[in-house]
Every structure is written in C-alpha cells, then in structure tokens.
Design a protein around this ligand. Sequence first.
Ligand SMILES: [Zn+2]
Length: 323
Amino acid sequence: MKSFYELEKLELLIKNNPDLIHAEKLESVTSGINEFPIWGLRIGNGTPGLPVLALFGGIHGLEKVGSQAVLAFLYGLINRLKWDSTYQALLDEVTIISIPIVNPAGMFFHRRSNLNGVDLMRNAPQDAKENIHYPVSGQRISSRLPWYRGRKGEDMEPEAVALNQFCEHYIDQSPFLLSLDVHSGFGLHDRLWYPYGCNSEDFPDYPQFERMYRTFTETFPYHVYKTESQTDSYGIHGDLWDFITLENQRRHSQCKAPTLIPLTLELGSWRWVKKNPTQIFGKGGMFNPVKRHRYERTMRRHYHLFDFLLHACVNYKLWESDK
Ligand SMILES: [Zn+2]
C-alpha cells in the first residue's frame, strides 16, 4: 500500500503508548486490495460517570487537515501526560475518546465520500427543513455526484454506524459528553457549529452550550471562531450529529438525558486557497493547507480550543449551572 501519512501517524501513536491509549478496531473497510481500520481510542480509565471529551476527524476523506489537527492535539497530550502531573490528575476526572480518521478509505483515495460514494455527514435518515441548498444539503440522485445521502430506508454506512455506536456507548455511561468534529471548507473564517443542521430550533442542551461558550469567550476574548448553528450556514439532510443528538433524547425519553454538546469545527479553507490559488489543482488542495508554514500554523492555531474543551469537560459542574 502506498503511504498513508495520517493512518501511519495514528497507528504509531497507538503502538508507542500502550499504557496511555486503549485502542479498539471499531470497523474495517476494504477496497478489495487494502483494508482500512477505523480506530477508536480511549485515554483515561473509562470509569462510568466521568465526563467525556470526544474528538473526531476525517469524516470527509478529502479534509485531511481535520484528522491532522486531532492527531496533533492527541500527540501533544500523550507526551504531556508523561511529565505533567497536573494533566495526569485530569485522567481521574475525565475520559477522552477519539476516532481521528472516521473515513480512512475515503482519505486514502482522496474522496469526500466513503467507497460507496456516500457522504457520511448526509447519511442519517432525518431530513432538513430549513435553509436547504440543493445539492449541497444532500441528494439521493446518484452516488457519482457529491453530497449523496445513500438510498432512502437503507441502513447507514459502516463508518457512520461505527461513529454512532462509539458515541452511544460513552454517552450512556456519562452525565456529560462534549465532542468536536473537525472539518474544512466553507468560507474564509474558522467556524464553530452547534446543532441542528436540520432546523433552526435550539438543540436540547443549547443552554449549557451557551454557558460554555460564554466561559470560552471570557477566557479567550480574542479567539478566531465565528460561532453559529449549522443551519445558519446551510441546512443538512442526514447530519450525523443531529441524529446522535435526537437518538440521545429518544433513548432517554423516560429519564434525564446526559448532556450532549456536539460541536463541529469547520476550518475556513478558502483562506488558504486565496493565498495560494494554484493549490486547487492538487489533490485535496481546496480543503487543506498545502504550504508547510500554513499547515504548521493551522496545527498551532486550534490547540487552545482543544485544551479549553478538555478543561471545560473536567470542570463542567462549575459552569454548567447558570452563574
Ligand atoms: Zn467536511
């Protein structure tokens, strides 16, 4: 198999840190010749009842920078855990989980979709009701066109099922789960999106999100993020985070549902293209920082957000109730 930088980096991290990372092969996808594992990681002992920070990347295979940003944070965190007792102590108070590359086959073959031509972020069954832009919001015409949702009524794709089940497992044993799913594309600004993608209603834990976001802006008043609901940018049919949020409510309809705040970080890739227009002719050039200094700057730029989310998880009881 030709080289696959992100998967090699992930597997090296797992191999070199068996004491710190519990890794599980959630699923594997084959292309006929190659097999692509979907790795689910857990850092921390996974004691039920602890809050959970969940990090995801690579749902769209072309958007490698999302996986790279997640891996850069995990790499730094694992190395910090080797010498920083304050971070070691955090692991008694939080569980960190991650699927750094949700769609490895798509990433290997430079495709947004998985190998069946399905856009995983359009693959859940629910339909959007507002701000729909055809075909970007999702289409069922053909898997040869982008944004294909899959056939109506069929099971979700293996990658989407793996992500859903992984989240469900941890949501159901935790009072609080905060996730960040990193993508790239759409616009000149880095955006933080919160649910829903299907309509402009507040998602169930919007009040908690609002308090956390206020805490974030007070802590980092000069942060770079434009923050809005997914639907404010464009509606999405079959958004997986909508689905996971709605399923959390459904499973806990008879009791208090765990707090679930699923965020998407959409890195504004048009900025990279604007500075280096010829990169659009390269594979993935529309979605990734190609120049080395721009890649390194991107890896640095979001560290404080990841670290904030980790500490926000550990301390969720301190800010979750209204001040
Ligand atoms: Zn994406």
